[in-house]
Ligand binder design. Structure first.
Ligand code: NAD
Ligand code: IPM
Ligand code: MN
Length: 327
């Protein structure tokens, strides 16, 4: 097997965790061409664009895109931000299904987040009177395709799907609930339940073990996935895969660029390395190697935990442990 991967090292702790990902990829007996490209705050500073044309072109040509977190406090008040590059990349590759697994003890859930529409991408702006607006917009076809993905995935798991919405208030949510309900008869083997998002947030803290697959719109999925990470060991562990119907997937940790701990060499690379595992499985079809990386990360979590987990290991020591376990 030979494959081409575009690696986007990103900002702040991004390059620190990306370096460990590179080491792990190098340690695998696979023919991988890793093409590192500028993206995020660094690219914005150098080229004026968070997602340079050449980076986007390389991503389109790749077998998979492995992305470390982007975002930098320097751009907090800026008109153009690194995050806009990320939204453009997701949209251009049409990776509408963002899978965010969270497991620990008797908790084993998967958030299926719609990633390329909703309030992130709807009309936004400022009116003459100073009112600022972001609009949540969904087309039924966008809901249908993410619902089908969620049902298909639920079939491979415990066959329990919870659809999250705010149908008591929002028109988009009422349509979301209707479309998910219309698709359901094609998946009679999957038990479907609708839950309002505020209730879902509460239950994720109180009874997270009751959930199997949860399907959410873009923003609800963003918020609930950080919450799911928090109840299963923290953001330092949470990986994700963003997939479309064709073309390369984008594989990225759930966490951000963590400027508060950048440059100290203490970021937990587990989320990034679990993301490598998701990429091997979902992006390259290398299921055995994916499982090996996952198991090696579990070894490192026991032997060399980083400070966020109460340990004292550095990012590099965690990586050493993963590479040793692989060998
Ligand atoms: P964050 O996820 O970066 O950090 C939240 C908290 O979790 C911080 O205390 C941080 O130190 C900790 N944390 C996160 N990842 C960690 C890791 N691997 N190891 C140890 N601790 C970790 O969220 P934030 O501070 O709200 O956002 C910072 C920047 O990241 C913002 O610019 C935001 O837009 C961006 N962001 C990017 C992505 C992405 O690229 N996919 C995702 C989320 C946030
Ligand atoms: C995530 C992040 C992004 C999102 C931001 C950085 C645009 O929070 O991947 O969860 O909200 O999708
Ligand atoms: Mn987020």
């Amino acid at each position: 097997m030979s494959a081409r991967i575009v690696l986007l090292p990103g900002d702040c702790i991004g390059p620190e965790v990306a370096e460990q990902a590179r080491r792990v990829l190098d340690a695998l007996p696979l023919e991988l061409e890793v093409d590192e490209r500028p993206f995020g705050a660094g690219a914005l500073r150098e080229t004026g664009e968070a997602l340079p044309e050449a980076t986007l072109a390389a991503c389109r040509e790749a077998d998979a895109v492995l992305k470390a977190p982007i975002g930098h406090p320097d751009f907090d008040g800026a008109a153009v931000r690194p995050e806009q590059g990320l939204m453009k990349l997701r949209s251009e590759l049409d990776v509408y299904a963002n899978l965010r697994p969270a497991a620990q003890g008797d908790i084993d859930l998967l958030i299926v987040r719609e990633l390329v529409s909703g309030i992130y991408y709807g009309a936004k702006g400022t009116r003459e009177d100073g009112t600022v607006f972001d609009t949540c917009e969904y087309h039924p076809s966008e809901v249908e395709r993410i619902a089908r993905q969620a049902f298909e995935i639920a079939r491979t798991r415990d066959r329990k799907l919870v659809s999250v919405d705010k149908a008591n208030v929002l028109e988009t949510s009422r349509m979301w609930r209707r479309v998910v309900t219309e698709v359901a008869p094609e998946y009679k083997d999957v038990e479907l339940e609708h839950i309002l998002v505020d209730n879902a947030a509460m239950q994720l803290v109180q009874v997270p073990e009751r959930f199997d697959v949860m399907v959410c719109d873009n923003m609800f999925g963003d918020i609930l996935s950080d919450e799911a990470a928090a109840v299963t060991g923290g953001l330092g562990l949470a990986a994700s895969a963003s997939l479309g119907d064709s073309g390369p997937g984008i594989f990225e940790p759930v966490h951000g660029s963590a400027p508060d701990i950048a440059g100290q060499g203490i970021a937990n690379p587990a989320a990034m390395l679990r993301t490598v595992s998701l990429m091997l499985a979902h992006g390259l079809g290398e299921h055995d190697h994916a499982r090996q990386v996952e198991a090696a990360v579990d070894v490192a979590l026991r032997e060399q935990p980083t400070p966020d987990l109460g340990g004292t290991a550095t990012t590099a020591q965690f990586g050493d442990s993963v590479v040793a376990a692989l060998a």
